[in-house]
Every structure is written in C-alpha cells, then in structure tokens.
Design a binder for this molecule. Sequence first.
Ligand code: NDP
Length: 468
Amino acid sequence: MENADIGLIGLGTMGSNLSLNIAEKGHRIAVFNRTRSRTDDFMANAGELRDRIVPCYSIADLAAAIRPPRPVIVMVQAGKPVDEQIELLKPVLSEGDIIIDAGNANFHDTVRRFSELAGTGLTFIGMGVSGGEEGARHGPSIMVGGTRESHARVEDVLTAISAKYEGEPCCAWLGEGGAGHFVKTIHNGIEYADMQMIAEIYGVLRDGFGMEPKAIGDVFATWNKGRLNSYLIEITAKVLAADDPKTGKPVVEIILDRAGQKGTGRWSVIEAQTLGIPATAIEAAVAARVISGMKDERLAAEKVYGGPGRITSYGALIPDLELALFAGKIAAYAQGFAVMAGASKEFGWGLPLATIAKIWRAGCIIRSQFLGTLAAAFEESASAPNLLMAPAFIEMMKEAHPALRRVVARAMEAGLPMPALSSALAYFDGYRQGRGTSNLIQAQRDFFGAHGFERIDAEGAHHGPWGN
Ligand code: NDP
C-alpha cells in the first residue's frame, strides 16, 4: 500500500504535532515510533485527521507505506538516535529516497551524515525546525539545508506546514550541507541572548525596584505594543501574570531559578569562537544559565558577600529599560547574524541573511516585528559589514544606546547581574571605538613573546625597544 506522501519517525512532542500539521494540510503521512504504545496513543488522539495517517509498527512497513521517491522525516532525540534511525532506514529505502533530520542536530553531525550517505543513492536534508510544540502543530519556521533538488522534492509539504507571515511562508532552502542546522543553532543562540536580556530587565524591576510580578507583567505587556513587540515579550507578560493553582502565588515566584539547556546555545558559542567572530551576548547568556545551575554555591556566596541592593529614585529609569533592552537586542542580533555571515563564507553556503530574518518573522520562538526591520536592512544594505552599520540600525542604535548605558551603570552600582546586556554594551563600545587599546596588548605580546607588531606609520612587522 504505497499511498503516503511522506513518512515520519519519532512521535514525541515535535514529531506528533508535525505529523498532525502535515495531515491537516491534506498530505497523507505514514508514522512510526520506537515505542509502539506511543503510536497507538497518537492515533487515538488524532481525531478526524487519522484518515490521512498510516500507523506503522516497523521501519519496513513505514517504507512500504510511502510512495517513492520516499521522503522520511526523522524527529527523534538528536545525536546517536538519529544515526540509529538512518542505519535502520538504509536497507528499506531505495535510490532517490530522502532522509530528513528535523531534530536539533549539531551541524557537524549533519555534514558527516551527508558524507556517510554519499554513494548510497539516498539523499539527506538537515532541517532546522523552530516553534516548539505549538509551532510544530500549527506552523513552525523551517530552515532547510541540503541539495536544491532534494529540497524541491519536499518543498510543497514544507511550505504548506510552515508558519506564514502576511501570507509568506516561513520556510526556505538556505544552502547545501549543514546550512539549515547551522542557522537553527544560531537561531537558538540568539534566543538564549533574547531570553537572558529579558530576564535581566525583570531582575532590575523585581530586585532593583521591588516590583511585584503582576506589575512587572504589565510593563512587559505595554512594551509588547511597541518596538519590543515579540513572542518572547508577549509570553513574558503572560507568565508574570499567571498564578500557581496550588499556592495561589504568582507562578514565577515558586519556580526554582535554575535554567536548563540542551546544547544549542553552547554550540552557537563554540562555532562563533571557532570562526573568530564575537558573540558576547550569546556567550554571556549561556554562562548565565550555567551560573543559574550553581544554586547552592550562589546561596552560600550571598551569605558571604550579600545580595544585590535596591535602585532608589528609579522613576526616570523605567522608560530607559525598554530602550536598553532594544539596544541589547540589536547588538545580540548583530552578533548572531555576523556569525552566520562568517560561517557562510567559511563553508561556502551563500546564506541568504535577509531570507533568514524573514522566515523567523513567524513560527519560531524569536519571532518579532524587529525581524522585518532586520530583513529590510539586509535587503537595502547587503554590503554592510555588520548590522550596526546598516543605516536603519544606525538610527535606532543612536537613540537606544545611551539608555542601555544608563541602565547597565545603575544596575552594576546596585550589584544586579547584567551579563548579556553589559556585554552587548561592551561589544558596541568596542565596535565603535576607532582607536582601541590593543596597541598595548601587541606591545605586551612582543615584549614576552617577540610576536611583533604593526606600526601606524610603516608597513611590515616590527619589534619594540624592550631591551630583554
Ligand atoms: P521528545 O522527547 O518529546 O520525543 C523524543 C522522540 O524520540 C520519541 O518519539 C522517542 O521515541 C524518540 N527516540 C528517542 N531516542 C530514540 C532512539 N534511540 N531510537 C528511536 N527513537 C528514539 O522529543 P522532542 O519531540 O521534543 O524533540 C525531538 C527533536 O526535535 C530533538 O532533536 C529536539 O531537540 C528537537 N526540537 C525540539 C523542540 C521542542 O520544543 N521540544 C523544538 C525544536 C526542535 P520513544 O517514544 O520510543 O521514546
């Protein structure tokens, strides 16, 4: 019975919702899950969409249920489980079939899988999917990496299930090989920075100003109507307004301040470092999650050093917080996009930066109106070396950075941690300083290691008069 348009392995949170989305858009889908009961539960809850879903209880049955050439989405835990599924698929698939890894793969694994499948007759797509459970069900942002030909074969299904922004699908082919998974990784890195900067502003409002969660939620809800309008600001307002059914207290107050992470933030930082491109706001956000995990040590240190203090006479600072967050956001996105531009050059992908900003406007976790401005900036000033030098962003940053400076200064005085916002500010200040201080570093390096330095008034390598 070869009648499904596509197959999917892994009916977890993402896979089950993606399958329902595919079925809802009119495509027949064959599904398989390692644990049989999950397939049964999924079918029992599929409602009227079950007519378009073929439950399979072996990989061979799954392959048999799909019309060749067969595209099979693998939506299992990233890492070894993906390799295991590929090994199981190889004997049951044939020439021209496509294995699509839609999990959060490390792009190095994706590149390896491409080369391991070369010569087998099978093709591979490394596909980043963002939007969580809700996105998977009703429209995620989809970042495709692979050959143009293999993308063309699944484009209609992917376009149908993706989020739409004013009618435009948030799904695009971004380049060969690991391009899709690389872009998804950086998306998540930016997401880390975005979330951390929001949390830092929450910290100022809670600990610096002594505001209650609901009042803070109102501030974020107001900001969501302005330049910060975004999914993350929207859900922050909602989260802060919610009460815990068990205790009746604001739910944020009973949540332990220890953040989890699954690795994509760290991968972003590693890739940025490897490429030699500063992504300090993302680095700070990843480090902040690590510090958040050191709960016992933090409690002990607070006993020794004391915690943060209050910010007094803060009235004038409240409007600054919105602008400060906006300035931090600009710097963080400038860094994330610079990393993608660097990777594009390094790996020869030709990443379409404006398109990436466009397909993040809906469906994904960092969706925001800001991304529309960003896409326009890349379209208008494709040659700008950094987002900070795109004309539209120059104007916005000129307006916003003084507020970021005031907020960081007051927070630092009070001892409120602001790792992402302060590093975003330091990045901006370093970037806009024509004459930096690395002349001294070069002198030190030459002093202890005879590494040589360039002169401002002559070509070539030179050494200093150190006399050592
Ligand atoms: P879940 O934990 O909900 O589901 C995991 C799925 O993987 C299950 O179907 C499980 O099968 C299967 N699985 C795990 N290990 C194996 C294995 N060794 N062999 C076969 N199947 C296995 O995960 P998610 O749906 O949340 O995530 C799936 C992928 O999507 C991950 O790469 C994740 O990083 C990525 N992702 C997740 C997002 C999210 O918001 N949750 C957002 C974007 C991407 P079984 O039932 O047998 O255990």
